[in-house]
Design a protein around this ligand. Structure first.
Ligand code: M6R
Length: 631
């Protein structure tokens, strides 16, 4: 969370910083700020503003965007997701040291900031903000003053390195020093940071997408690494002082165009991209129902672990966790291997039983979620092989794991995950089919049927998306509900959880997802005419059970809404079904085991249209950030 950028080069620095921050708005949007030195300025120019990046842009004087000569310019920028201190102008980054020598931006948490703050206050430092970050600026100025007291010239990288031995926590920082105006300094420990390398220019950021329009190469910093960036190059070392040779990689993707393509919100655009996302995720992996699933090279080291694993443990957070639950239903059924699913934040703080027979499958859109990353590291320490399903092949998780499967959803801008969920689920399905083929746990006919069902799904999804009027009508009718229940069973039970998560996240309406079977074990007590119960019904082994659960809800006067997969139009539904549901949305008929790839989408749309109807900030819901890099 929080996004940081830094630039050293001859371009006009402010537009570079602002463009970089625009790519990072998904990481937080409580406040934004920049600090820069240009045209031989003696002091940092600093602009900070609470709220979104556009608020900061509104206070910038026009001349900072004008070309300003060919000297070297240095600047840093930040977009904040508040941890310590409210999202005010004062708490916004960058933070400056007391003398104004040092300006820095920070992503993460300095855990012992209270202690450091006390020490510095005792030395006479006065704090302007409530952040943990400001103590680092004062600490570095204090360390620099001490170093300069002992010698006329100092190595500021070394000064930073020593000062950081006092700090605990997770952090990525970019630091500028007006006494060294041709340099930038960076430190990384448990928060992402990359150094973009161009032609006599450098751009630093929390995510390589933010540097891709300026540079074409990149150095991915590792934890506990620190660097000085100057026209002479990158001086890289560990926080223990071991010098390293920076490894420069070519950026895989060029500059990204972030465009709503005529949709009102990114979320809606991303929902509509899902048929193509499915095609893309299947492409080259499932050529047709007659071909075996291709996921890995035969020589890939993960192959053996996959084929010999006695169980799979899926870990993830939020929506990625829900995708893992769908994966469990599918993989256990088709590949007959035990699959456990656990929230990464819980897994990492207990003493799990893992061994070389367990394959850990971590799911993460961003590939940077702190809890999932630490869970992977824990699993590796315990001897388990790890496979990461991610949308970001250049992420920390992808670099640290034994094997990667890209989910290929394309850039997802809206904080609310939609197309990445579908892409994760389809890749889990491919993994299940791959295992079923290799382990010969399904008949060839059953395999062919599932594979042809998958190949047909993008078309069914297009049909579903071609008429969303009934869902829009639902959103208006129930938009003022205080609570909403989502129920489903079997492989669609995780879809109910995901539907509730979407609604909470963007409309702030209280919502819960339950298995229909669990209603009578407690939640049914809440039901009355004020609570809409959105229920997902797909013909298959649990259809009749779900219908009974809906009847039980209706008998308590709840308003039951049916999302029903059927080839028949609503008017031809049986009398029994029609009298249970106050409203019905028909979606294309689909094989039950594959149905989450369709049933999820109306629930995404319900959440979207409800939030939109209520006038909420759909793409950037309050209090959230897309990439959760703090625990
Ligand atoms: O990047 P990740 O998939 O690891 O992110 C995990 C969750 O933070 C994420 O899915 C979150 O729940 C979404 N905002 C939900 O829409």
């Amino acid at each position: 969370m929080c996004g940081i950028v830094g630039y050293l080069g001859k371009r006009t620095v402010v537009p570079v910083l602002i463009d970089g921050l625009r790519y990072l708005e998904y990481r937080g949007y409580d406040s934004a700020g920049i600090a820069f030195l240009q045209n031989d300025q003696q002091a940092f120019a600093v602009y900070k503003k609470s709220g979104k990046l556009s608020n900061l842009e509104a206070i910038l004087p026009p001349n900072v965007f004008e070309p300003n000569g060919h000297q070297l310019h240095v600047g840093i920028g930040h977009i904040r997701w508040a941890t310590h201190g409210a999202p005010t102008d004062l708490n916004a980054h960058p933070h400056l040291g007391a003398q104004g020598d040092i300006a820095l931006v920070h992503n993460g948490i300095i855990e012992n900031y209270g202690e450091i703050r006390q020490q510095l206050t005792a030395q006479g430092y006065v704090f302007q903000s409530q952040t943990d970050t400001e103590c680092v600026a004062h600490l570095l100025e204090s360390a620099m003053a001490q170093a300069l007291g002992a010698a006329p010239e100092i190595d500021f990288l070394e000064t930073i390195r020593r000062a950081f031995s006092q700090l605990r926590g997770a952090y990525a920082l970019t630091i500028a020093n007006r006494k060294f105006p041709d340099r930038l300094y960076v430190v990384r420990n448990h928060a992402p940071l990359v150094i973009g390398v161009g032609d006599q220019e450098y751009m630093v950021a929390s995510d390589s997408v933010a540097v891709s329009s300026v540079v074409d190469r990149v150095v991915y910093l590792k934890d506990r690494e620190i660097a000085e960036i100057s026209p002479q190059g990158i001086r890289l070392m560990t926080l223990d002082g071991v010098l390293l040779e920076p490894r420069v990689d070519v950026l895989q993707s060029g500059p990204l165009l972030i465009d709503k393509k005529g949709f009102k919100h990114f979320m809606l655009k991303e929902i509509y991209e899902q048929p193509d996302v499915l095609r893309n995720s299947l492409s080259g992996r499932l050529l047709s129902a007659d071909h075996p699933v291709q996921l890995f090279d035969e020589s890939d080291s993960v192959m053996e672990r996959l084929l010999t694993a006695k169980r799979l443990l899926i870990i993830g957070c939020g929506t990625s966790y829900n995708a893992g639950l769908v994966g469990k239903y599918f993989i256990e059924e088709v590949a007959r291997i035990p699959v456990q699913v656990e929230a990464a934040g819980e897994f990492r703080y207990r003493k799990p039983v893992l061994d070389a027979d367990t394959l850990v499958v971590a799911i993460s859109q961003s590939g940077e979620t702190a809890d999932t990353l630490e869970a992977i590291r824990l699993a590796q320490l315990q001897g388990a092989a790890t496979l990461v399903l991610t949308n970001r092949e250049d992420s920390t998780m992808a670099r640290e794991t034994d094997a990667v499967l890209s989910v290929r959803a394309g850039v997802e801008v809206s904080v609310c995950a939609t197309k990445s969920f579908l892409a994760q689920v389809v890749v889990l399905y491919l993994l299940g089919l791959f295992l079923a083929e290799r382990r010969q746990t399904l008949s060839p006919e059953a395999l062919t049927e599932l594979k042809s069902g998958l190949v047909r799904l993008p078309i069914a999804l297009e049909a579903l998306l071609s008429d969303t009027e009934p869902i829009q009508a639902l959103a208006k009718k129930y938009g003022h509900a205080r609570d909403v229940l989502f129920i489903a069973r079997g492989v669609n039970y995780p879809v109910a959880l995901e539907g509730a998560l979407k609604l909470k996240e963007i409309s702030y309406i209280h919502a819960e997802g339950y298995s229909g079977s669990e209603l009578k074990h407690g939640p049914i007590a809440m039901l009355d005419e004020s609570i809409p119960v959105v229920s997902v019904l797909v013909p298959g082994p649990v259809f009749d059970k779900m219908l009974s659960n809906c009847q039980e809800a209706k008998a308590r006067e709840a308003r039951v809404i049916g999302i029903i997969a059927s080839n028949a139009p609503p008017e031809s539904l049986s009398e029994e079904i029609r009298q249970v549901f106050e409203d019905v949305v028909i979606i294309p008929a689909v094989e039950e085991l594959l149905s989450p790839l369709l049933t999820t989408v109306p629930l995404q749309l319900v959440a979207y249209y409800m939030a939109e109807y209520l006038g909420k900030d759909v793409d950037q819901p309050r209090n959230l950030a897309k990439s959760v890099t703090v625990e």
